[in-house]
Design a protein around this ligand. Structure first.
Ligand code: ATP
Ligand code: MG
Length: 490
C-alpha cells in the first residue's frame, strides 16, 4: 500500500531508465473498460493461483492483470488451459515477491511462478517497437561501469533481423503498448480480478462476439516480426472455430517461407501446440492449404499423394482430436511417428528392394527420415527414441510369434499396438492382424497359447524351420484367419 502510494506520488519515475524513453515515444490510447455485468466472466473458471499472483502484485503497488488467451477463453465461457499475468513490475521485482519464481528466456524474458503442477507465467508490459527505437537512441546514463552500460544497451534493444523478425524483446513499456504488441485483438484484453473489469484496447470484445480472428496492426509487418504468428492464426481459427479476417488471412501464403527463419526448436513447440489443440486435422488441412507445412513437415505432400497414407494420417489425427476432447492423454511421439510413417515406409521398401535385411533396412529408413525432418523442425530427443521404438516394433508385431508374450511387456507396446491398429484400419495391413492382437491382449495365458497355435506357421522359429520340410495342416490355413478372437473371448 505504502509502495503504491509512493509510486503514485512519483508517477512512473521508478521504472528502469530504458522505460522512460519508451514512454515518451508513444501515445496513450485509452482502453474500453468492460464491467462484469457486460462481460459476465464466470469467476469459478479462474485459477486461484493466478488470483494469488495478481493480488500479491497489486498489494505491492503494481498493476497486474490476467491477460491474453485466458481472458479470451473466459469470455467464451471456456476454462483456460493456462493463465498468463501481465504487470508493470519488472521481472526482477516479480521474482522477489514469489519464493519459487524463476526468470525464464532470453528473447522474451518472463517469470514463471510455479504452484505445484500449475505455472503462472508473468510478463512485464512490453514497449512498442517504435518506442524502443527511440529508447535505443537515448543517451546512456552517465557514470555507469562499462559492464553496466553494455547490460543497459542489451536490455534496451529489440534486435531485428534482415527479414524484420524480432530477435529480442526486453524493453518494458506501458500497458497500451503491451496491448499493441500482442497478436490478435481477442488476445489483447486484460482482466483485473480485483475490480472484475476487462480492459479492451483493440475492440477484442467486438471480435469475440463476431467470432473473428483479427491481427492487431499491419498483418504483413506483424508476420515479419514473428512468423510463428501465422501458425497461431491457423491454430486459433481451428480451435475456436473463428473466421479469419480477410487482411489477416490474405498474406499468409506469400509469407509462409518466413517460417524457415524461425529456430527449429520453437517450430517444434508451436507445431506440437497445433497438433494437440483438439483440431489437429483441421489445422493440418489449413497448413497445407497455405503452404505453411513446408517448413514444418515437408514430407506431408508425398504422404497425401497416396490415398492409403492419407487415410492413415487422417485416422491418426482424428483419433488424437477425439482423445484430447475427451481429456485423455496423447503422446507427441505417437503423433510424429504417424506423420512420418509414410516416409519411413518408402525408404524401407527401397532398401529391402536393394536386398538389405528387413530390420537393418528399417533402422536405416528411420534414420534417413529423421535426419531430413530434423533439418526443418527439431523434434525433441526424448520423442525420437519413442518414435523409433514404435516403428521398430512394427515388424515384430506383424509376426504374431512366440515373442508376443515378451512384446506385451515392452514399455512401448501399447503405442506400437495402437499404431498397428491404424495401419490395419487404413488398409495397409490385413485387419485380421489387429483382431488377433486385440484378442491376445484380452486373453488369459491358456487362450494366448491357443491363439499362438492358431496364428500360423510364421509365429515361432521352431515352426518356421518345419515349414521347409513337410507342410503341416496349420500352415495351409495361415493368413486365412478364420478366427474372430474378440468374439471368442466375449
Ligand atoms: P493458448 O490457449 O494456446 O494458451 P494463448 O493466446 O494464451 O493461447 P500463449 O502462447 O499462452 O497463447 O500466449 C499468451 C498471450 O501472449 C497471447 O494471448 C498473446 O496475447 C501473447 N502472445 C503469445 N504469442 C505471441 C506472439 N507470437 N506474438 C504476439 N503476441 C503473442
Ligand atoms: Mg495461454
Amino acid at each position: 500500500m505504502i509502495r503504491k502510494f509512493i509510486r503514485k506520488l512519483l508517477g512512473q519515475a521508478e521504472l528502469p531508465a530504458s522505460n522512460r524513453g519508451a514512454k515518451q515515444a508513444s501515445h496513450k490510447k485509452p482502453p474500453v473498460s468492460v464491467p462484469a455485468r457486460i462481460h459476465q466472466i464466470d469467476s469459478a473458471l479462474i485459477s486461484r493461483h493466478a488470483l494469488r499472483v495478481t493480488s500479491t502484485l497489486q498489494q505491492e503497488g503494481y498493476n497486474a492483470f490476467i491477460v491474453g488467451g485466458a481472458v479470451r477463453d473466459l469470455l467464451l465461457g471456456v476454462a483456460p488451459k493456462d493463465f498468463d499475468v501481465a504487470t508493470d513490475a519488472t521481472p526482477e521485482q516479480v521474482q522477489k515477491l514469489f519464493r519459487r519464481a524463476r526468470l525464464i528466456g532470453r528473447r522474451f524474458q518472463i517469470v514463471h511462478v510455479p504452484f505445484g503442477q500449475e505455472i503462472i507465467e508473468v510478463s512485464t508490459f512490453r514497449a512498442s517497437l517504435s518506442a524502443s527505437a527511440a529508447a535505443t537512441r537515448a543517451p546512456l546514463p552517465a557514470g555507469q561501469s562499462a559492464r553496466a552500460r553494455r547490460g543497459e544497451l542489451d536490455h534496451r534493444l529489440h534486435a531485428i533481423d534482415a527479414s524484420g523478425r524480432v530477435l529480442r524483446d526486453n524493453l518494458w513499456g506501458q500497458q497500451h503498448e503491451d496491448a499493441a504488441r500482442r497478436d490478435f485483438t481477442i488476445n489483447a484484453m486484460y482482466y483485473d480480478p480485483a475490480t472484475q473489469t476487462v480492459l479492451d484496447y483493440h475492440h477484442g470484445m467486438a471480435d469475440i462476439r463476431a467470432r473473428l480472428l483479427r491481427m492487431i496492426g499491419d498483418p504483413v509487418t506483424r508476420y515479419r516480426e514473428d512468423p510463428v504468428r501465422m501458425l497461431r492464426v491457423v491454430r486459433f481459427a481451428a480451435k475456436l472455430g473463428f473466421e479469419i479476417e480477410e487482411a489477416t488471412g490474405k498474406p499468409i501464403s506469400s509469407l509462409a517461407e518466413l517460417l524457415g527463419n524461425v529456430p527449429s526448436a520453437r517450430l517444434f513447440d508451436e507445431t506440437l501446440k497445433l497438433l494437440l489443440c483438439g483440431q489437429a486435422l483441421d489445422c493440418l488441412r489449413q497448413l497445407r492449404a497455405t503452404g505453411l507445412h513446408d517448413d514444418l513437415l515437408p514430407m506431408l505432400d508425398t504422404a497425401f499423394e497416396h490415398p492409403q497414407s492419407e487415410k492413415f494420417i487422417t485416422l491418426a489425427l482424428s483419433n488424437t482430436d477425439e482423445r484430447i476432447r475427451a481429456g485423455k492423454y496423447v503422446s507427441a511421439s505417437f503423433l510424429f511417428a504417424a506423420l512420418l510413417w509414410h516416409e519411413v515406409r518408402e525408404h524401407w521398401q527401397k532398401y529391402k528392394a536393394a536386398n538389405e535385411y528387413p530390420i537393418p533396412a528399417l533402422h536405416r529408413a528411420m534414420d534417413e527420415t529423421l535426419y531430413a525432418q530434423m533439418k526443418k523442425l527439431a523434434i525433441q530427443r526424448r520423442h525420437l527414441g519413442d518414435m523409433k521404438e514404435i516403428w521398430g516394433l512394427q515388424p515384430r508385431l506383424e509376426k504374431r510369434g512366440n515373442s508376443a508374450f515378451k512384446l506385451l511387456e515392452h514399455p512401448r507396446f501399447r503405442a506400437a499396438y495402437d499404431f498397428l491398429l491404424l495401419r490395419c484400419e487404413s488398409g495397409e495391413l490385413d485387419p485380421a492382424l489387429a483382431q488377433w492382437w486385440t484378442a491376445f491382449i484380452a486373453a488369459d495365458s491358456a487362450q494366448r497359447e491357443a491363439l499362438l497355435t492358431e496364428s500360423g506357421p510364421e509365429s515361432s522359429p521352431r515352426r518356421r524351420r518345419r515349414r521347409g520340410r513337410a507342410k503341416p495342416k496349420e500352415s495351409q490355413d495361415a493368413g486365412k484367419s478364420t478366427l474372430n478372437p474378440v468374439e471368442k473371448l466375449s
